[in-house]
Design a protein. Sequence first.
Lengths: 320, 327, 326
Amino acid sequence: MSASVQDAPLLPPAPAKRSTLARFLDSDVYASFRRSKLAMGAFAVTLVFVLLALAAPWISPQNPYDPAQLELMNSNLPPLWYADGVAPFTLGTDDQGRDVLSAVFYGLRLSLVVGLLGVLVSGTLGILLGLLAGYFGGFVDTLIMRVADVQLTFPAILIALVVDGVAKAALGSQMDTNAAIGLIVLSIGLSFWVQYARTVRSSVLVEKNKDYVQAGRLIGLSSPVIMVRHVLPNVLGPVFVIATINLALAIITEATLSFLGTGLPDSMPSLGTLIRTGNRFLFSGEWWIVAFPGLALAGLVLAINLLGDWLRDALNPKLQ
Amino acid sequence: MTEPVLSVRNLRVAFAGRRGTLTAIDDVSFDIARGEILGVVGESGAGKSVTGSAVIGLIDPPGAIVGGEILLKGTRIDTLSPEAMRRIRGRRIGMIFQDPLTSLNPLYRVGRQIVETVRTHTDLSEKAARQRAIDLLAEVGIPAPERRIDGYPHEFSGGMRQRVVIALALAAEPELIIADEPTTALDVSVQAQIIALLKRLGTERGTSVMLVTHDMGVIAEAADRVAVMYSGRIAEIGPVRDVVQNPLHPYAKGLMGAIPTLAQETDRLAQIPGSMPRLSNIPQGCAFHPRCPSAFARCLVERPDPIPVGAHRVACHIYDRSEASAA
Amino acid sequence: MIAFILQRLLQSIAVLFAVGLIAFSMFRFAGDPVNQIVGVDTPYAERVAIRKDLGLDDAVAVQFLRYAGNVARGEFGTSYQFRQPVSALLAERMPATLELALCATLFALTVGILMGVYCALRRETWLAKIFLAISLVGISLPTFLIGILLIFLFSVTLGWLPSFGRGDTVRLGWWTTGFLTGSGLRALILPSVTLGLFQMTLIMRLVRAEMLEVLRTDYIRFARARGLTTRSIHLGHALKNTLVPVITIAGLQLGSVIAFSIITETVFQWPGMGLLFVQAVQNVDIPIMAAYLLLVAAIFVVINLVVDVLYTIVDPRLRLSTGRAA
């Protein structure tokens, strides 16, 4: 069996005689993955973080979001390997008596959920706007792309902060945690759609004039059908690369917003919130409150970034 | 006969690749006399440009000279240190590249590029070097050189830029110029002017030229002698008139047959069937045998060495009488 | 060239107009401005009077024009939290941010270019590989984490550098500068490195990629064939051609540096506009948010224009000099 270009799962639909998994294992992308030690390492690290996040409720000694389980008696305890460390707080506790290890597990969970939802929202928004702009052209195209241009002049974090601030002004600054998560996801979604839209639009412009789209029109397929069934699959490769790199960016954005105090509330700390808390105790010697969440965040983001880097090269053989 | 300006002896150039070593130049020998233009012709990939790069010491890794020697006025230059070789480049051997549009640094005025070359190789002052730059531009036929010297490359047309490139190659009065496809990127009318300029160098300054091209027309027009290369080897070398009118090597015959002439009465241009083998896949024996109309058993197993036939040297078993009669 | 600049100018005005519209919408529609001014026990009649007073009953277009007119005169309204004119607050904070952004950019440019050139010219050395690894980490890690790490190393552990504030500043007219005192300069180091690190890695990777590209060009090969010294080829021809696109990107990044200083200023409690903005977001102080947004947009637009003009000066190909062309 030779791995031809048509076998790669992200390229134009080929007759699906073999299972998707079999085709994937036979693809160039998978072969390149097996060759890259860095990619495999990054994938392993990411996988470990995801598993920890999924298993958080069962492996954590404590539910850090349940105020009933926090005791101020236990606040600012050092990690277990110090003389005054107390079991079961392996990595010590924060100022509320929250177990740092449990908080890191739950924080990973929050980071990944917010990151994935943020990517989902920004990706959906970007793909939709990109398809519209590319397919219809004219005024729709001009409008969407000018908005994108203006937005690109601002860093995403600024936009996320503004969206956050405006929403708080409109809704009142007291809101429950679910609303806070929703708001952050929305901020991230509105900050990162531009890249998807641009990529999708330029691919659509290329695909639009190809014979198969023209043929689809001739046999009377409607525009949405052509776009979704025929154009969309052809742009999924680059979109997937952007999504991976954006996942890291979305996680960073959430952490930054929480660090700046405009993200998730202190009662439901994400990694960014924990770092914000720990930062206050840096000078008094309680380094573990900031160090372990910081390490987890850095590791997660670095691993996802490496994976995204590799994926970009693997899907673009021309770049090498 | 006086000593040749350039003498290449059994040159071998190889590129180390992931799947083993590829031999790009295999056992190539030739001389160039003072004021002579040697045309080197062949298909792309035949090794003509690599030969030129080897002479001027610009073979980039993973490529390397792995055998033979290169002598400039009797002195070996292929074994010199990088620094010593740098001093020879530009000073004693100049080079002209194919595309004048990309050969000049777009951000520097042409005058500055000439002056820096002159000053790298001579003791001239800034002012004297500038005067020399103006003289050079005038010599290669650029009108109003004292004004154009302060222009940027993009302000020159393609033909004018190639003249600037030639002026740069001439800046330190080298004995030898390697011209790698100097006319390929130019319009036909401009080509003739550039060829005339190259020929004038030989007659007026005694500069030798190694003219690398795939265009037999250019060779017929400009060269004194011609070397026909195929698959990293010289198939035939000889005076240009002889080789064009009476090619001996079957490949050269095919190549000459591919030049349209008004005198020829054939309806179609002759074509050589097939294409040149890749470096990774050079056949045993004579590399040309799969395409050769006159190949016989020996061509499949034994590589022919160049043998003198009249004024030519031909690497073909057909002309090896002693062996042929012995076999 | 004038047509080109005019076109850019029009685009810039369009961008400012769009951002102005957003700022105005925030100002007008996010929360009732009246509620921000009055107390809970203010009678209804007074609220109506204030509403009329502020012109909130006029047509939206009229309100926008009035807002634009105020902005053009430098009036951005009154901060809800500080009860002071926003323009005065911003003017007071601006020197701190600009000095920080300047130092960060200088740091990013010098170190980024040096490391990038080294990585391009000595591609196979272990030092180049270390630089590349650092750049990957620098691009991946969130800015605030880098800031905290630096504070932990140089302030908490080693005690060499201050971890917050600007140190002593000197007043020059309305400008306050930290450049003239020892403590001011020392206070600049950590925030500048934190803020500049991301740009530095970006510039380093850009210089490296660009230079490798340039070293493969025909004119570099031709320069070698002319026997120029390696030094003059690398540091003259190759570097100059490398830096043209780098200048553009670095210039355009200056705007992001100012915007990104939001995070750095928060980490180091740096009394600049970014910290003011974060406090405004936390306290829903819309006038400051709107003004900051407009200001950043204006800075971006000006920088874009300047870079475009600079670019045409550095690259002769973009200059329209048909007179001399053959």
